[in-house]
Design a protein around this ligand. Structure first.
Ligand SMILES: Cc1ncc(COP(=O)(O)O)c(C=O)c1O
Length: 448
């Protein structure tokens, strides 16, 4: 069946999307209350009959677009949110048109080809063991969960415990060491897998959020050690060399959460922060943060690709596939070909382009920190080692009041946090669009 006007509808959607993108420099970075209130225009009972898709599209544009947070624009400094690169957005449009179930070669030869290639390039640019398997999952949360599942299954297998058949009842206890500042999604993944919070062993961190090697709980061959490349507030890295050395000597499994920070490894200036990371057993990172791919793009990387594939295998009698088919390396069975935009970014930026973008953001974060520290009551709290600037105020105005007042200008947006028990706010430079002039503009808004 052909829908009359299908192409006209797609063209209209593309035109509206392009118009939106063209205005991201000028739009208020966060919608005003009136635009949020206008979202009430969507409220209606479930339609009983079909209606024009053009009317639907018009609603998305007239009510939806003004109520977006313009995180894809150059003035957004919240969380660690990149803006989608044009090459990645263009590739994603093709992925949508192809509508592939990217589970295996049998379902989609093109997706299998490009995701395998993207995986190899990811290992190359991040300089991780080339034997590793790469699963393109939805998020660092989901990818972390599959890495922990692989870690536990493998540690138990080494103890001759068959997790797949015998489950956890009566199994040897697998311990997990986290830091007191591991990301919340690490705790979420562990909780879902049944690692109760009360049983986690917590390593202490220093003033910048790095694990203090001397206070590391004891490790053994029944331990998963969770390390971090890029702490979400200040962006710092755990000292990998001494920590992984200890873990390897004990036979523990090391997992690194590098949701954004792993990309420092693609630079010349900041690669040293990741020294020793290649000795870990598994790593997670996002495309949708610092690589500036569309959302729903993350990577689970496991050195022992066979162990990974055993943990996440989903072969059915009607759907067998190669060991490293994406459905056997991710939590999904049916899935979007989300590795293709990753391929598109690496294809078009190349090693040099990724390096330039990440190094630029680190330089700009320093520029921002220098421009605001000590002005307008702002105090920068962290050593700006990466792209994160963690700040507080001198107390005349609380950090949250300051954040709210600044965000209300519509000229930028950033978020609050709590650092070492005290309210703070943080600015992240991670959008490919952000120029030095945008940083100067942000400094001027923040300091006047
Ligand atoms: C350090 C760190 N780990 C994990 C996550 C979770 O990533 P995702 O939102 O892709 O699940 C984030 C970000 O939100 C993060 O900054």
């Amino acid at each position: 069946m052909k829908l009359p006007g299908e192409i006209a509808l797609m063209t209209a959607a593309d035109m509206l999307a392009s118009q939106y993108v063209q205005t991201v420099h000028e739009r208020p970075v966060y919608p005003a209350p009136a635009q949020i209130k206008a979202l009430d225009g969507f409220d209606e009972d479930l339609p009983q009959a079909p209606s024009s898709p053009h009317t639907m599209l018009d609603m998305l544009d007239t009510l939806g677009s003004p109520a977006t947070s313009v995180s894809t624009g150059p003035h957004y400094f919240g969380f660690v949110i990149g803006g989608v690169l044009p090459a990645a957005a263009a590739a994603d449009r093709m992925v949508s048109a192809w509508d592939q179930c990217a589970s295996s070669h049998a379902n989609s030869p093109i997706a299998a080809k490009l995701e395998a290639l993207a995986g190899r390039w990811v290992l190359d640019i991040l300089d991780l063991p080339r034997s590793a398997a790469v699963g393109f999952g939805t998020s660092a949360t989901a990818c972390g969960l599959s890495c922990f599942a692989a870690a536990r299954r493998e540690l138990l297998a080494r103890l001759n415990w068959d997790l797949d058949n015998d489950g956890l009842v009566g199994a040897p206890e697998i311990k997990v060491v986290v830091s007191d500042i591991s990301h919340i999604t690490i705790f979420k993944a562990l909780r879902i897998l049944g690692f109760g919070k009360r049983h986690l062993l917590v390593a202490k961190t220093d003033e910048q959020g790095r694990i203090d090697v001397n206070t590391l709980p004891p490790l053994d061959d029944r331990t998963i050690l969770c390390l971090q490349a890029g702490e979400v507030n200040g962006g710092d890295f755990d000292p990998f060399i001494p920590l992984i050395k200890k873990a390897k000597a004990a036979g523990a499994w090391v997992n690194v959460d590098g949701a954004f920070g792993l990309w420092a490894r693609a630079t010349k200036t900041h690669r040293h922060l990741t020294d020793g990371i290649e000795l870990a057993d598994s790593w997670t990172t996002d495309g949708h943060k610092w690589l500036n791919t569309p959302y729903d793009s993350a990577m689970a990387i496991v050195k022992d690709g066979e162990a990974f594939a055993r943990a996440t295998n989903a072969d059915a009698v009607y759907a067998t596939a190669e060991t490293h088919a994406q459905k056997n390396l991710t939590l999904e069975f049916s899935r979007r070909a989300r590795g293709i935009p990753v391929w598109a970014v690496l294809k078009t930026l190349g090693r040099q382009g990724v390096c330039e973008m990440v190094e630029r953001h680190c330089r700009q974060a320093n520029m921002l920190a220098k421009g605001i520290d000590g002005k307008n009551g702002i105090k920068v709290l962290n050593d700006v080692v990466l792209n994160q600037v963690l700040c507080t105020t001198n107390g005349e105005e609380s950090p949250s009041a300051f954040t709210e007042r600044m965000n209300a200008t519509g000229k930028l947006w950033f978020g609050n946090t709590v650092w070492r028990g005290k309210p703070a706010f943080r600015l992240s430079v991670s959008n490919w669009r952000t120029t030095d002039a945008d940083i100067e503009r942000a400094i001027s808004v923040l300091t006047t």
